[in-house]
Design a binder for this molecule. Sequence first.
Ligand code: DUC
Ligand code: ZN
Ligand code: ZN
Ligand code: ZN
Length: 484
Amino acid sequence: MTTTVIKNGTIITADLTYKADVLIEGGKIIGIGPDLAGDEVLEAEGCYVMPGGIDPHTHLEFPFMGTFSADDFDYGTRAALAGGTTMVVDFAVPAPGQSLLDAYKAWHNKSARARCDYSFHMAVTWWGEQVFEEMKEVVGLGITTFKHFMAYKGSLMVNDDELFASFKRCAELGAIPLVHAENGDIVAEMSAKLLAEGNTGPEAHAYSRPSQVEGEATNRAIMIADMAGVPLYVVHTSCEEAHEAIRRAKMNGKRVWGEPLIQHLTLDESEYANPDWDHAAGRVMSPPFRNKKHQDSLWAGLASGTLSCVATDHCAFTVEQKRYGVGDFTKIPNGTGGLEDRMPVLWEKGVNTGRITMNEFVAVTSTNIAKILNCYPKKGAVLVGSDADLVVWDPKASKVISAKTQQSAIEYNVFEGIEVHGLPRYTLSRGLLAYADGKVLAPEGHGEFVARAPNGTVNRALSTWKELTAPRPVARAGIPASGV
Ligand code: DUC
Ligand code: ZN
Ligand code: ZN
Ligand code: ZN
């Protein structure tokens, strides 16, 4: 079998920085050390060799708000590879009432076009005996994370009783629940009021979802997960109130993770004040962009470890699709792109500014999520035996981000004009040179599904273990413990 060697680079992992060559065969790393030789040589002098990025949160070809997100698994994974990301985790989302297994089949079919590896989370958008039963089969398919929308009232949203039922089912299955944490009842009421008052523009989207709706829902989900005895992963943590709830939970010994998006870390609410409707609508996503106070909180969370992973929620819509919401902001499809830019922008605004170290960069873009999702060290590691999903990162390469040169199918880029210093020179997907010299080389269909086993973690102190699983009625004189 042909071997490839990455020569003269500096390896950066979540905890180490050292000079070594990396030898690859059959899609795996088979050697790490000085002076290795291989059939093919990739020169990495002056570069960093890191685990390829893992984006834990994408929506490719997602049927949402009356349309489909414009980047499918082909465009989306091209963007991923061009930005140093070698695995995406997409959401299979059944319509309310739809079988989870049917949703799985639909996503399985779409993902056949993927150019890099991928995995799925399954959404629980309704509740019943069928969902309860199918969750077990979904876990058997290698999908061990279940997403719950606490917003999107009237479509994807689930209520507290459904959340509690599903969280308890996750606990039984050793699975991890995820939440989109925004109070959907309050968002719906605020949206209706804004519209009735004539506030129809994209800026009203942000007014309808203040940080309190996210803080409240985050805290509620944390408490429900605590009662269910299950860990919790909070997607797109965008504000101090939500971060505070996560910090407090961690401080109290709860197994809870928060995931800021690169958009919320670097772009702020002033984007919605742009007089160009298309510009503002292009930034409409949920949660919306926030102010600097919230951004500082998110950066502090990455540095201190109270927030764990940086994602994109990549859900790109064209200008035409966004215009469905002219005259009614609630009809603007929610979502922005980011897959290609997540790693370069985080490097520029995080590593190059000194906010996070290179090792922390690897942790929050790859290793932490691989551990949470139980696919470490197959993914997220530079170790002998790991998949050769690697990025050779050139800290001296630079570019100005522009929609003109992006892989995504849409006409604009929310990071347009940002100059980044630090870019992938090569991206390798299971040993294949998947991106080089500005070109995506991995063919459509190269990507493989990454099945994940339940990690079986719990969220429960030993002292409360028995009490929570087996409550005992108190017997009182004259009254049987089972009631009267
Ligand atoms: N938020 C978005 O902005 N898009 C997709 C779904 C979501 O929750
Ligand atoms: Zn969401
Ligand atoms: Zn999402
Ligand atoms: Zn420059």
